[in-house]
Every structure is written in C-alpha cells, then in structure tokens.
Design a protein around this ligand. Structure first.
Ligand code: SF4
Length: 706
C-alpha cells in the first residue's frame, strides 16, 4: 500500500516462533514505523517489546557487513573483494575439498532464522550438488528433541495444536517454557483466555519461578532435568485413580501395557522426591490435567535442551494420549518453536537427519524420491553430522570447508573452547552474515554480506504450522545479497566446475520460484502444501499446513488416525535418566540458562536498540540468597564461575525466584562483557542420543569470589 511517498508492506517479525504479522512503513530508504498487523491470526495486531522496536534495528550501516571480504591465508588480513571474486573463491574451495577429500569434507551450518527459500537452496546445494548430508542448523540446538518426541509418538514432526486452542483449553500445562519472555504475544493470549475463563487451571513447571509462573494456579519448581519423573508420576496417579481414557488408548494407541509396567516405580512419592517437589502438588497436577475437559501443554527449551530431551517430550505426549487430550479444540501437546523459522527449515530438510518434505536421508525410498524431484542420479547415503558432531569433526581436521550462514556458533554452541579450536582448524571458514558484531567473523576466511529483515522476500512457518509471507520493504545496504541468491550463485559456479553427469537445476529468478519448487516436494507428504503459492498466500493470507482441497488445517489427528505405520499413536519406552553433568562436592551448583524478555540470541540485532538493552544492562549470575550467604557473597560482587570446561567472571545477584542450589544466567552475552567468552564456555556438548540436541540448559558449576 502506498500513500504519498510512504509505502507500507505486510511482513513477519524476525524474532521468535510466534510469527507475529507486522506492517512496515518506509519512505523508500528508511523504516518509518513498524506496527502489528491486525489481520494476522498469530497476533491480531499485538507486538512485544522486540517486535515493536524492529524499526530501530534498521538503517544502521555501521552495524552491517556491506562488502565481501577474503583472506588468502590465516596470517593475512582480509581484503575487500567484488562478489564475483568471492563467489569464485567459495566455489573453488568447495570443488578442491570435494576432489581432494570427498564431499563429506564439506559442512554447512545454517540457521532457524533463515527463510524457507534460503534453507531449501542450501539443502539442494549440499545434498544435490556437493553430495553430503553434512548440513545441519542451529535448530538442532532448539527444536530437535521436539521433532524426535513427535516422531516417536505421533509419527510425524507436526505440532497437532494451534493458537486458537488457548481459547478452548480448560487446563494449560506449561513445562520448561518462559512464555512471558520467549513468546510474549502468545503469553498475552493465554492471559486473555484465563481472564475470560477464570476456571482455567494453569500449571507451570520450571526450576525458576519465572514471569510465566506468575499466572500459575500451581507452580512446580522441579529440579533441572527431572521432568520425565514428573510426567511418569502424573501418569501413575492417573492410572491408579482411573482418570485415563481407556477407550481412546484401546482404539488409537499401542504400547500402553509396556509403559504401564515401567511406571510402577514412579509412585507419586518417589516421583515427587526425584523432582524435589511436594507429592500433593504432583497429584494435583495429575488430577487437573486428566479431569479437565480440554488440556493443552506448551513446552520448549526446558524440555528440549537436555540430554534426555526426547524422553521428556515423549513422556509429556504420553499424558495426552492416555487421557485423549489430543485432536480436539483446546487440547494437545504444543511445542512452541524457539526461532522464527525452525519449522520451515524442518519442512525443507534443514537438519542433517532430514530431507525435503519431511523425508529422511536414512530411507532409500525417500532419497530416491528427492533425487527424482531434483533430476540427479542419487542423493548421498552417508549419514550427516549433527551440529555438535560437525564441530567435533572440524576439530579433528575432517572438515576442510565449513560454510556458516546466519548464525554465530563461536558464541552459541556449547563447549565454546572446542568450537573455537574447530573454527581455527578448518582450512576455509565461510561466514555468510548480516551483522558485523558476530564473534564467528574472527574465524572467517571468506565473508559474504547477507541481506536481512526487512530486506528479504520469502516465507516462514510459525509454531502453529502457519506459513506466512515475509516481504522486503527496503533494498539491502551496500552489496549485501539475499541468502538464497548467494547459494544459487555458488551452485551455478560449482556445477560448471564439477560438471556432474546430471545437474540439479539452479538459476532461480526469485524467491517465488524457489518456493514453487519446494512446495512440490511436499506433495503426498503429511505436511502437503503443494497447492500453495505466493499468489495464493497474497490473496488469502497465511495458511496452516497441511493445505488440502483449498483449505489449511487448524489441528491434527481429530480422526484419531496418526502418522505412524499402523495409524496408531505410540507409547514409547522412556527409561529414567537425568542430567549428564552431575553436581558434586567440586561443582555443587546446578546452573541453568535461558532468555531475557528484551534480547534475542547473541544480540546482534537487539543490542542495537537502547530501549531493549536498558531492561538488563549486563550479564549477571542469579543465585538464591541462601547460597550467596553461605559463600559470604553479596549482590553485585564479582565471582568466578567455573567447571571442568572453563571459567567466566561476572557479578552475582540475589534472586529468590530460584530454589537453593540452582543458579541462572541469561544466554545472550559474549564478547567484551564476559572477557571474550560467553556462558557456553561452561555448557556441555553431551547430547540426547536420539535428537542429538546438546544439554545447553544445565551444567554443574562452582562459584567463588573473584
Ligand atoms: Fe516478534 Fe515473537 Fe514478539 Fe511476536 S512475540 S513480536 S514474533 S518477538
């Protein structure tokens, strides 16, 4: 819409997986205003502090990478070069590595903040042309345990619920999610639903009494990593008190008898003891969950970022299957996506363990289907490396070219010392990035300046499976280019250099053409949106997949038929395990990590906005007042926090929202604020064996006066 010399474009906020619609008004060269899109069904016009201040993150060329750079050796300074030289160099490095060391000497590390079109082209380049499955993303650190949880139990990576369910739920269980900070607009929606229906029961499970817990009718301060015991204990109560839905279990599920035997030892008392909560509270939670007419569960990193993350997801989904709280309005296990497009990435195969259209690289028929769609003889069968493994392989000298796109692993990956050593070891590190503050740039041999919000066209999929158009409102500054276009340009050069027998097609003219090809890969799959196009999205607005017979789908499994081979949902074997890093006399504190309301990831965007940095100005370690007293520490004192992986120095602050023995630090800071390091100097790379998601949420540490 254009009025005078002002132009307004509808797009999507680029931060969290809520996926709020925004209206961006520009004068053609500057963003004048960003407001909520009243017509978008994710937010109906609302925005949180981060979304409202998006305009302030734009028009700052000094914060941006504007031209490609290249260094000829690790000892030489980087030089600015033109795009042709940079793209030739990338293509040349890839071709050399493939010829000399094989395709698996190349790795791609992408981001849940890329648009679906970017993700699609990088996957096509990696698997269809380079010939490797070494293409993983920071979604591995975010949602991969939610993926395995859904696939194990329901058969597909598909959240069954939707935002509308907040308005129909009678009981909401929030586990391991500080929605009030991480998904603020959804939290407002929950507050509205509770105000409209005061009888709604809200249960919050979190080691910290977060802002989200302020809405709780029942707050369960479980010890970090113990959620499986809680969910098993709740199911044990439901079985004993005849609160399960026997008909639903009989008609729509398998495996309940085996699980039931496992649950015997999780008496309410035993389970409550493992979790460090009261037995009565556990029983109350079980009764509320089972007896309500409609129960919805919301969860995110507090379940996912643990070495038992898949188990936690499955154990929570068991509660829904055992009570039939799934497939109806107000019901279901609802994973809230952390990043804005982790879901879209999963749709195109944006994990080493996935292929386009929710297919798997380990499945020969799936590989053959994608190879046929791309017109190549075959896709690589060698399993790809997940994020942590990719950096481990790099540290061992096995990765010769590592292409990092739209993410900051030098700061955000666990075991920072290992990751940084790995980045030094790789022959050629390519960093494709929009912002000049990324710590990973220090390791780059080739820097490719990328366009970012609000300069890009494409699509994203939010937590409720809703695909929305992201629209460019301004040209990119300097020579920055769209991410998909950079992948496409390199692919064309590499194809000419490798001259394979049959070439996958590149040379896409625009994002719409990329989407059109991607959409065809979903035909006949659980997420089928092959009928969607930019024209249809422009005409009818955002749509939820699967999109069939001209309609999106609000919620899944209403017919009780699941995406498993038998059509029945599965109760799975979930043995009891807890955190990998056990507390000890040497490292007696349980450190947990999380987000602040006003910052995003490693702050490359939010640190540009004074109104956001004012909320909390510096990194602090929050500890219970009793723990501080025991160590004769006062709020504001500088401490050394250490474990066997590293040490950082920072001030402490007393915080009685924590239970004694648990400490908390926000994940965002690195760089100068923490002596060049970040919290990930201390976190562990030990990962969930199924989802391969590392345990970023917990580390055993010691704290002493600095
Ligand atoms: Fe953006 Fe998430 Fe805030 Fe919505 S809730 S405005 S998507 S950060």
């Amino acid at each position: 819409e254009t009025t005078g010399h002002h132009h307004t474009v509808s797009s999507i906020c680029c931060y969290c997986g809520t996926g709020c619609g925004v209206e961006i008004t520009t004068d053609g060269s500057r963003v004048l205003a960003v407001t909520g899109d009243g017509a978008h069904p994710a937010n109906f016009g609302r925005l949180c502090s981060k979304g409202r201040t998006l305009g302030d993150t734009t028009g700052r060329p000094s914060a941006r990478l504007l031209r490609p750079t290249l260094r000829l050796s690790k000892d030489e300074p980087a030089q600015e070069v033109g795009w042709d030289s940079a793209l030739d160099a990338v293509s040349g490095k890839l071709a050399d590595a493939i010829r000399q060391h094989g395709p698996d000497s190349v790795g791609f590390y992408l981001s849940g903040q890329l648009l679906t079109e970017d993700y699609y082209l990088f996957n096509k380049l990696a698997r269809g042309l380079v010939g490797t499955n070494n293409v993983d993303t920071n979604s591995r650190l975010c949602m991969s345990s939610a993926v395995t949880g859904y696939k194990l139990t329901l058969g597909a990576d598909a959240p069954p619920a939707c935002y509308d369910d907040f308005d129909h739920a009678e009981c909401v269980l929030i586990a391991g999610s500080n929605m009030a900070f991480a998904h603020p607009v959804l939290f407002r929606r929950l507050e509205d639903a509770k105000a409209a229906n005061p009888a709604m029961k809200i249960i919050v499970v979190d080691p910290r009494r977060t802002d989200t817990a302020s809405i709780a009718d029942l707050y369960l301060p479980v010890l970090p990593g113990t959620d499986v015991a809680l969910f098993h204990g709740m199911l044990n109560v439901m079985i004993w008190e005849e609160l399960i839905d026997r008909d639903y279990i009989a008609q729509h599920t398998e495996g309940f008898a085996v699980l039931k035997r496992q649950l015997q030892e999780f008496t309410p008392r035993a389970a409550a003891e493992l979790c460090g909560i009261s037995e009565q509270d556990l029983v109350t939670a079980a009764r509320w969950f089972a007896k309500s007419a409609a129960t919805l569960s919301c969860y995110t990193m507090g379940l996912n970022q643990y070495s038992n993350g898949s188990d936690k997801n499955a154990a929570l989904i068991h509660l829904h299957l055992a009570t039939g709280h799934i497939g109806r309005p107000g019901c279901g296990p609802f994973s809230l996506t952390g990043q804005p497009n982790a879901m879209g990435g999963r749709e195109v195969g944006g994990l080493a363990t996935a292929l386009p259209g929710h297919r798997e690289p380990g499945n020969a028929a799936h590989r053959a289907e994608v190879a046929a769609l791309w017109g190549v003889p075959a896709l690589p069968a060698t399993p790809g490396l997940a994020a942590v493994e990719l950096f481990e392989a790099a540290a061992a000298g096995k990765i010769k070219v590592l292409w990092i796109v739209c993410t900051n692993p030098a700061q955000s990956m666990p075991e920072q010392a290992l990751v940084r050593a790995a980045l030094e070891k790789v022959d050629c590190v390519i960093v494709q990035e929009a912002f000049s503050s990324s710590e990973t740039l220090a390791y780059a041999d080739i820097v490719l300046p990328a366009a970012t919000w609000p300069e890009k066209d494409g699509t994203v999929t939010n937590s409720e499976r809703r695909i929305s158009r992201v629209r460019a409102a301004l040209p990119a500054p300097g020579q920055a280019r769209e991410d998909w276009r950079i992948a496409d340009d390199v692919a064309q050069r590499l194809a000419a250099s490798l001259a394979p027998e049959r070439l996958p097609a590149f040379g896409f003219v625009d994002a719409a053409a990329v989407f059109a090809e991607h959409a065809t890969t979903t035909a006949g799959r659980d997420l089928d949106y092959s009928a969607l196009s930019y024209a249809l999205l422009d005409e009818r607005g955002p749509q939820q997949w699967p999109f069939r017979d001209g309609h999106g789908t609000a919620r899944l499994y209403g017919d009780g038929v699941f995406a498993t081979a038998s059509g029945r949902a599965q109760f799975v074997d979930v043995a009891w395990r807890t955190v990998s890093d056990k507390v000890s006399a040497h490292f007696p504190l349980r450190l947990t990590t999380g987000r602040l309301r006003d910052h995003w990831h490693t702050m490359s965007r939010t640190a540009l906005v004074p109104a956001l940095t004012r909320h909390v100005e510096e990194p602090q370690l929050a500890m219970h007042p009793r723990d501080l007293q025991r160590q004769r520490l006062n709020s504001g004192d500088l401490v050394k926090m250490r474990n066997k992986r590293g040490a950082i120095y920072l001030p402490v602050v007393a915080d009685d929202s924590l239970r004694p023995g648990v400490a908390f630090i926000a994940m965002h800071w690195g760089g100068a604020a923490l002596g060049g390091q970040g919290i990930n100097a201390l976190t562990t790379r030990v990962s969930d064996p199924l989802s391969r998601q590392p345990e970023l949420k917990h580390a055993a540490v010691a704290v002493e006066p600095a």
